[in-house]
Design a protein around this ligand. Sequence first.
Ligand code: FAD
Ligand code: MLT
Ligand code: ZN
Length: 566
Amino acid sequence: MSRLYRLLPAARRLRIANDTLQEASFARSSAARIAAPTSPHIRWQHAQAEATTSAAGADHAPQEQPDRSQKQIKYTSESYPNIQRDSRFKELNSDDVKFFKDLLGSESAVIDGVNQDALSDLEGFNADWMKKYRGKAKLVLKPDSTEQVSKILKYCNDNLLAINPQGGNTGLVGGSVPVFDEIILNLSRMNKIRSFDDVAGVFVADAGVILEAADNHLAEHGHIFPLDLGAKGSCQIGGNVATNAGGLRLLRYGSMHGNILGIEAVLPDGTIVDDLSKLRKNNTGYDLKQLFIGGEGTIGIITAISILCPRRSQAVNVAYFGLESYAKVQEAFKEAKHQLGEILSAFELMDHRSQALYNKATGARLPLEAEHPFYCLIETSGSNTDHDSEKLNAFLEHVMGEEIVSDGVVAENETQAQNLWQCREGISEASQHFGGVYKYDLSIPLPELYSLVDACRDRMNEAGLLSADDESKPVLDVLGYGHMGDSNLHLNVSVRRYDKEVEKALEPWVYEWVSKRSGSISAEHGLGLAKKEFIGYSRSETMVRLMKQIKQLYDPNGIMNPYKYI
Ligand code: FAD
Ligand code: MLT
Ligand code: ZN
């Protein structure tokens, strides 16, 4: 990326960098954003498992996507034989399918594997993004209205047919795909934007609207969706709410629990819960919509949301640093909060291994030539370019002068900014590129956040499971990255193949490690199937009992996303 300005690790050279940095800020106008030729975000298509990345014309953009083996994913029921199908649930027959076809009308709204062989059409809906979980659903339903969702659920509840709600199927805990033959209720046809009030900043839309489409719409009105994540080209806003997704700018905009103003949902018995409030303040009793946020489809289907959206920032800066130790990363974070204050919109951490794997998987050159044990990506967003540049320069001068940061680059235009972001966002895809990945998404107090990665690597080595070169070893590498600003570590154990020995060495060891430090075993991805058994490491018996009571109240027949969550 030749036009990036390089920061030099000495005060004398920093002056040069500062001169250039005056020009390094760029206005990230909504027009420029919309006009971007291609999205750098990963798109996960149902039909094809291959994710694509693109950042046209930039030399740090991913250069190639080597072929990944399209090996068959094992059925979840075979990988986890201890999970048994609930015999209370009815098996689908032609009469059931006829009911749904009559209700939904359009051919494309039903994928019918009951009356015909539709295995290949169903595959993308049955398999998850990590290629770790695979269900055996024979029916996918794609309603296009809340009324249709209501009638489907009522029928399923009356007939004890289990349901798996599904958005963009980008979830990372196995919650979005069935375990057995649950009907997949996919929200992709519920994709209308209902309204946007550009005075109050309130956006109302169907649950199946793709996150990126929602954000593009808001950009046209000078606003931003208060959530951004690497799967934005595929995930749906309903799925984001159902998982209480955190993402890259939670540090700035806060969580779904704070931003969601209203929800329209359908309960298992078909009741439509019309709580699509646009009010910022509404202290009239229990805030029941919060139960759907992070509910992972276990108590009802979210059909629409209303959400508070901030103004889109005029000036956005992105910088990428190399640092020599985790202690320096913490110092840099402290300084960023202190000196950048209200304009700091992201502070992301990547270790050397995660960047090396990204480079290996994509062929993209990394922004810094020399290797550093740690990298950080910092973003500022504000309303005044000069003011932001001044603050950023003062910050850079300090962290360089004090040798907190060893080297770094600042983007000077949007393409460069996107490419720097791609070094962070592209890790997810890279982590599973060579076979699969065991993902742990953890909240850990900052001083100890990275120690888990070292401890985990030692553990994999001691068990003789890890080798960078020896193909007979299942583990390829152990990576750490994540949302430093939210004390959220992503520990990824990248594997050549899923292997029970690796799983046994990791679980419950990782959860015990986190629990001892009063962390959380799921910071933002949820519990799904992957972490269901381990909830006790983060929640007390009393809390779990209360959750079970809520589940029982909303879904007495247990048809909503069974075998998951709780
Ligand atoms: P799905 O995967 O389809 O479903 C997720 C869960 O929600 C399932 O349990 C499903 O049953 C339920 N569900 C979906 N839609 C509804 C609905 N309308 N009503 C009720 N239940 C529903 N997560 C983060 O928090 N932060 C990140 O930075 C982040 N980055 C990611 C990057 C990549 C490349 C990928 C693949 C995933 C990432 N994720 C991240 C995971 C994240 O949970 C999802 O991307 C997203 O929030 C899920 O949305 P979805 O529409 O794909 O939902
Ligand atoms: C991220 O922050 O990149 C996501 O949560 C996905 C992942 O953990 O890989
Ligand atoms: Zn994340």
